[in-house]
Design a protein around this ligand. Structure first.
Ligand SMILES: [Zn+2]
Length: 404
């Protein structure tokens, strides 16, 4: 007679989250070791599940929020809208968003865990987020109509820096300018990328295996990460090569549809060009949208109309959008992020379309457009108001510095 079989010992980390996929009913139980805290903004908290190559985006609400007010209808709208805007980009740049049901067996356990952001030990994958912001300058006609007193030399992002200085949300103006990043001129683009690294604000973040190591006021091993990936004896060369990797990644034509067309302009299939193209809907329809805008913080009438038109027309839905609706699509792209995930690979491995060479090192890279969120009906009014205040803040700044 053998000894009674011992029951397998319970895993030390219990399930803290269960995901139920609404599309096919699949259930996935997750313990802490499979979850990685990634980031959080004002509206969302993001957890990664590395072994499923998925991220969980949890919508935040304040303690006093009436739970009824964040209705399921709104969540469905955000998800559907995200899918629609995604379809404006080549498939290679987007991830499919799905609505899932979450079960939390014990909120205390989950909260305790979230509060300490436990490090995870899974192979080194690096992720860089760039929030490029508005990559175009105001046309003369828009300036005359909306900001006649501005000299028009500064782009909106750079002008906004002076408003943020006044509001004390930043200590110094950024070295980054989106117009340089979107210029297609390699030197100006490198200057912009360097500016992002020097003054990340909320426009640049880097993770190592899901752990935030740079950005949001954090610098925990950024230099080490560069050394790990770039392997140069000369330390200053690591940063230079890292910037070169970013440059090649954002200029690369991932759609495989186009031959790069020389310099001085963004290749058509590059992630930057794709983002810029959608952003231009906002530029070209701004005056129209500002004229007709409602100052409604919580209403999403414009987005609802986009969704309705999209449901009715599959083929030419974009052509059927009117100017105001196109503005709202463009406004979404003004705030989107590009996520670049890269991993170093051994020499000899090939995957032409997704590999990038920098100074003898090979990287496998993927690019994704993220944060494609719907904008409330008040967007055009707020946008114009903030722009005016920014140009005024800049004028005051210049005036003050010439006096003293
Ligand atoms: Zn600028």
């Amino acid at each position: 007679m053998g000894r009674p079989k011992r029951r397998p010992r319970r895993a030390t980390t219990a399930v803290i989250l269960t995901i139920i996929y609404k599309s096919d009913g699949t259930i996935v139980n997750l313990d802490r070791d499979r979850l990685v805290y990634r980031a959080e903004g004002n509206a969302n908290l993001v957890l990664a599940i590395p072994d499923l190559s998925q991220v969980l985006r949890l919508r935040k609400s304040s303690l006093n929020t009436d739970l009824q007010s964040t209705s399921i209808d709104h969540v469905i709208m955000v998800t559907e809208y995200g899918r629609i805007v995604s379809s404006l980009f080549p498939k290679v740049f987007t991830i499919e968003s799905k609505l899932v049901l979450l079960k939390v067996p014990n909120y205390d356990t989950l909260n305790k865990w979230l509060n300490q952001f436990r490090p995870s030990v899974i192979g080194e994958t690096y992720c860089v987020e760039i929030k490029p912001k508005q990559g175009w300058i105001f046309p003369e006609s828009t300036l005359m109509a909306l900001y006649p007193e501005s000299d028009g030399k500064l782009c909106r992002f750079c002008a906004m820096q002076y408003l943020k200085l006044v509001k004390k949300t930043i200590k110094r103006v950024s070295n980054y300018c989106p117009i340089d990043l979107f210029s297609g001129d390699r030197n100006r683009m490198l200057k912009a990328l360097n500016g992002l690294v020097e003054t990340p604000q909320n426009n640049f973040r880097m993770w190592r295996s899901g752990q935030l190591i740079y950005g949001d006021g954090i610098d925990q091993g950024f230099k080490d990460a560069l050394q790990d990936t770039m392997h140069q004896d000369d330390v200053s060369k690591n940063l230079q090569n890292f910037l070169l990797l970013l440059l090649k990644a954002i200029l690369k034509d991932y759609t495989g549809e186009n031959v790069p067309n020389g310099n001085e302009s963004l290749p058509h299939g590059s992630i930057l060009k794709q983002i810029l193209d959608v952003q231009l809907f906002a530029r070209d329809n701004l005056a129209n949208a500002a004229d007709k805008a409602l100052n409604e913080e919580q209403s999403f009438g414009n987005v609802e109309r986009i969704l309705a038109k999209r449901r009715d027309n599959t083929e030419d839905w974009l052509e059927r959008m009117d100017g105001v609706e196109k503005y709202f699509l463009g406004a979404t792209a003004l705030d989107c992020s590009l996520m670049m995930t890269f991993q170093k690979i051994a020499e000899g491995s090939t995957n032409e379309r997704h590999t990038i060479d920098v100074d003898g090192e090979k990287f496998i890279v993927s690019m994704t457009v993220m944060d494609l969120d719907p904008k409330a009906d008040s967007h055009p009014i707020k946008y114009v108001k903030q722009t005016k205040m920014s140009y005024k803040a800049h004028r005051d700044f210049v005036a003050n510095s010439t006096i003293s």
